[in-house]
Design a protein around this ligand. Structure first.
Ligand code: ACO
Length: 403
């Protein structure tokens, strides 16, 4: 057992909070969430209102600048984004070097990190002008880069952005268009994509956002910080859960839709199986994002006349888990990842791209937090302490005398 009292004497007083369950790492004015009541607000505006009234670029503006834009401000913002959508031809060539079956998240994080090689001025993190350009480049180029991750995997030619389109329209065309024919944009798909990106846009001090702040606190540039955040997002306990969730739902479908069996498996502590898309560190009542996405699923599938068995399985599984004592006692509810995969599938986005979609959505949140961290006069390099549990002092033993 660790003698904490003794360790305190040796190291000074240190609070130990594994997983930072009760430790605030910063003050922040960006996103408010109340896990007990299921409330999520960006800059004070309820997520439900933003999802119903805004497109993603407008929400990105709100998160980054703190206020909803006027029509003029929005016009300038959209225009600036359009100027930066294209990526350097040498960055395109990076994709030639990746194996065709490379995971898109691996390609995305490395290409985003690479942006600081192409824009070396991005390392001037104390220059507000430079920060602004880096931010716009990142927001504008990430969908283009993300689409190249997909095109690479299917061996299709890469598309150039078309700058009379807006953010989500452009992305759908980059993903599903081909140089051979005009791509027809479906407004229903654009609406669904905007909604998905909006509900993912920020979620205060989650694992990836904390990573972005942590890396940025050393004065690392924006591209390096965001690339690290993409790495953190990839894990199946965080953003990677959307991919893992659809894989699980598909497994249940192939197993005759036997949801009860999987609920039982998730309760059994002897195996490592968890219901993916269930549970959240903060939400202990319901996840408002999951509610919005579930409603969108219903609408989108009906409009697109899609009958997806995965959606039916998801609904059955939710019902079975929510009436099960184990899940009720632990306050485990569907989270944002539970239904998002169904919408991505309806949009034709393949499973390995799901977490990339999450990254595109989370980008304004990461940027807003990075800027907030940089602009806060009391920011210091993030440097957590530890409680050391290793060997006490011992003398070196030459190699020929070691047993
Ligand atoms: N299935 C079965 N049991 C679960 C699940 C689940 N999905 N989630 C939590 N539990 C159980 C744990 O086993 C634990 O039980 P115990 O008290 O008997 O030991 C209890 O509920 C508390 O769980 P913790 O792991 O301590 O909760 P924590 O806050 O650390 O983890 C997390 C939250 C990672 C989201 C967890 O619920 C999980 O692994 N969910 C599945 C993965 C997932 O959906 N991740 C996406 C999260 S949302 C996002 O990042 C965008």
């Amino acid at each position: 057992a660790i003698d904490i009292a003794k360790l305190r004497g040796e190291t000074g007083l240190i609070t130990l909070d594994e997983g930072f369950v009760n430790t605030g790492s910063t003050t922040s004015a960006i996103t408010f969430l109340d896990g007990e009541k299921g409330i999520l607000r960006y800059r004070g505006y309820p997520i439900e209102q933003l999802a119903a009234n805004c497109d993603f670029a407008e929400v990105a503006y709100l998160l980054i600048y703190g206020e909803l834009p006027t029509a003029d401000q929005m016009h300038t913002f959209r225009d600036t984004l359009r100027q930066h959508t294209i990526v350097h031809e040498d960055i395109r060539r990076f994709f030639e070097g990746f194996p065709r079956d490379a995971h898109p998240m691996a390609m995305l994080s490395s290409v985003i990190a690479t942006l600081s090689a192409f824009y070396p001025d991005s390392t001037s993190v104390k220059d507000p002008q430079q920060l602004h350009v880096s931010m716009m480049r990142l927001l504008a180029k990430t969908p283009t880069i993300a689409s190249y991750c997909y095109k690479k995997s299917i061996g299709q030619p890469f598309m150039y952005p078309k700058n009379d389109l807006d953010y989500s329209q452009n992305f759908l065309r980059l993903m599903f268009g081909t140089p051979a024919e005009e791509y027809e944009i479906d407004p229903v798909e654009v609406e669904a994509l905007n909604l998905l990106l909006i509900v993912h846009a920020d979620h205060e001090q989650n694992c990836s956002t904390s990573t972005v702040r942590m890396v940025g606190s050393s004065d690392a540039n924006l591209f390096a910080s965001i690339s690290a955040g993409i790495g953190a997002l990839w894990g199946p306990l965080h953003g990677g859960a959307n991919e893992a969730c659809v894989a699980m739902l598909d497994r249940i479908r192939r197993d005759n839709g036997n949801v009860e069996k999987y609920v039982d498996m998730a309760k059994d502590k002897d195996n490592n199986f968890r219901l993916m898309g269930f549970g959240h560190r903060v939400y202990k009542n319901f996840d408002p994002r999951a509610k919005i996405i579930k409603a969108a699923c219903d609408k989108l599938l009906a409009k697109m006349k899609i009958n997806d068995p995965i959606f039916e399985i998801a609904q059955k599984l939710e019902e079975a888990a929510l009436t099960d004592e184990y899940f009720v006692e632990r306050k485990l509810y569907p989270n944002v990842d539970f239904y998002s995969g169904v919408v991505y599938r309806a949009l034709g986005i393949p499973v390995p791209m799901f977490t990339v979609m999450f990254a595109i959505g989370r980008l304004p949140g990461w940027i807003a937090h990075w800027l907030e961290m940089r602009n806060c006069p009391t920011t210091r390099i993030n440097r957590p302490r530890q409680v050391y549990t290793g060997a006490t002092e011992r003398d070196f033993v030459p190699i020929d005398q070691r047993k």
